[in-house]
Design a binder for this molecule. Structure first.
Ligand SMILES: *Cc1c(COP(=O)(O)O)cnc(C)c1O
Length: 448
């Protein structure tokens, strides 16, 4: 083997002390959230019943480049960060590619994904503002797990509305969440008006993310000292996830490399937005040219590749502000794809804007192609990836094969966002060859 390190751990003193706000480098900013009641951009006052003050300030600030990470959050980050960045030599060899492939692995913490980076920040600010409790929704369960850990760390009560389908399918997921002290309610439930209304119409429904959001928001605004938090899509979440990109940037310097291609899976856009942040700064400010950015999404929920760039609601119940984003329509119900974390009808307004301006590319893959890559990667690199993360693996492998064909030794960096140990039903259906691919028709996508 070559005499270069496999992995690089940043020394603790080089860990980022501030998050980086990519909006500050954008010549044109993402379009603002709109209050559907007034038709005007949302104000801090509009958001105050739902979000904490400091998070509102982060959400609305397009100009401040850096936000200092408060010490209690840094102390929690130090338990599991810096996360490793690994050169995938064995994958390179198997693909016979001259490309250098690196991945930044966010699945080493006990929540199993990058979502803990923002969960800790959001829980900390809620506690600092004197809140007693938080509510949220969870689909696949990664976000609910991460937030339950964060609330346990900072001493907050948490109610998680978990989409009934996954509540029943992934029983251990809810037990992990309960172990960290949160309560889990299968949504739709009879604990909220929104839930009761839906149950009345369809008592046997398996629920949806949109419905769980409606329940969680209702619970937050009707409970004293309680706020609602969201695990992706919002500017504040991308800001917190910049810690992934900042660490990667330092590590690539240590490897004496700079990525030519950066690849990440995109559900609501938070891990990818965080991973690219400092590199995209270089691109936008002209410090560096020629870097490509690739978002990877499931063919069953193709918001960037087949959606419209338009103002739309962030939830199915239409109680949230409207965001300008690539969207499949807030009424879009994705098929039962196994990459639960990528089943969102929209995309972060920040990434949507970069994509619209031609700064990013997007590709989509069908689920069996993604699991082909996941299994190959697991056998070579000894990490069992989350199905979401495997979308990035698939695209990175395809880029590496193109390098083999063109003979170019490009440097590829991809985000490996989580582990797949709670997704064994998905792996089982792939291995048993019962996994199907579903690609929505145009009329399903445009239905709003
Ligand atoms: C939630 C999740 C994603 C997708 O969310 P983004 O906000 O797009 O990053 C990707 N990978 C894993 C493991 C997740 O849990």
């Amino acid at each position: 083997m070559k005499n270069i390190p496999y992995r690089y751990y940043l020394p603790e003193e080089k860990m980022p002390k501030a998050w980086y706000n990519l909006r500050s480098a954008m010549p044109e900013k993402p379009d603002p959230l709109i209050n559907p009641g007034t038709g005007q951009p949302v104000t801090a006052d509009d958001l105050r019943p739902v979000f904490c003050d400091e998070l509102i300030a982060q959400e609305l600030d397009n100009d401040t480049p850096e936000f200092e990470i408060p010490k209690p959050i840094l102390d929690m980050y130090r338990i599991y960060r810096p996360s490793p960045i690994v050169r995938a030599y064995r994958l390179e060899e198997a693909l016979q590619t001259p490309a250098h492939i690196y991945y930044k692995f966010e699945g080493n913490n006990t929540s199993g994904s990058h979502k803990l980076n923002s969960a800790l920040a959001q829980a900390y600010y809620a506690k600092a503002q004197g809140m007693k409790a938080l509510t949220t929704e969870t689909g696949a369960g990664q976000w609910g797990t991460a937030l339950a850990e964060a609330c346990a760390a900072f001493g907050l009560e948490l109610t998680v509305y978990m989409v009934k389908g996954s509540y029943n399918q992934k029983p251990y997921r809810k037990d992990v969440i309960r172990t960290f002290g949160a309560s889990v309610i299968a949504s739709p439930s009879d604990t909220t008006q929104a839930g009761r209304a839906i149950l009345e119409k369809d008592p046997n429904t398996t629920g949806s993310l949109g419905c769980a959001i409606s329940e969680a928001v209702e619970k937050a605004v009707t409970t004293p000292d309680c706020r609602y938090v969201l695990g992706s899509v919002l500017n504040q979440v991308l800001l917190h996830q910049s810690v992934i990109g900042l660490e990667s940037y330092e590590a690539m310097l240590a490897f004496d490399e700079y990525p030519d291609i950066i690849v990440g899976c995109a559900g609501g856009g938070s891990n990818l937005g965080g991973l690219i942040a400092p590199f995209m700064r270089d691109t936008l400010t002209g410090r560096r040219e020629g870097t490509r950015y690739v978002a990877v999404e499931p063919a069953s929920c193709p918001s960037l590749t087949r959606g419209q760039y338009a103002y739309d609601f962030c939830d199915t119940g239409k109680i949230t502000p409207m965001a300008k984003m690539y969207t499949l329509g807030s009424g879009f119900i994705p098929s039962a794809n196994h990459a639960g974390g990528l089943r969102y009808h929209g995309m972060s307004p920040l990434l949507s804007k970069l994509y619209h301006d031609g700064r990013m590319e997007a590709v989509s893959y069908e689920q069996t192609q993604v699991f082909d890559a996941a299994v190959q990667f697991a056998r070579l690199e000894t990490i069992l990836p989350a199905p979401e993360s495997a979308h990035a693996i698939r695209a990175a492998m395809d880029e590496a094969v193109r390098c083999r064909e063109s003979g170019e030794a490009k440097t590829i960096l991809f985000g490996l966002t989580g582990t797949g140990y709670f997704d064994m039903a998905a792996y089982a259906s792939y291995l048993d060859k019962t996994m199907g691919d579903y690609v929505p028709r145009n009329d399903e996508i445009l239905a709003r």
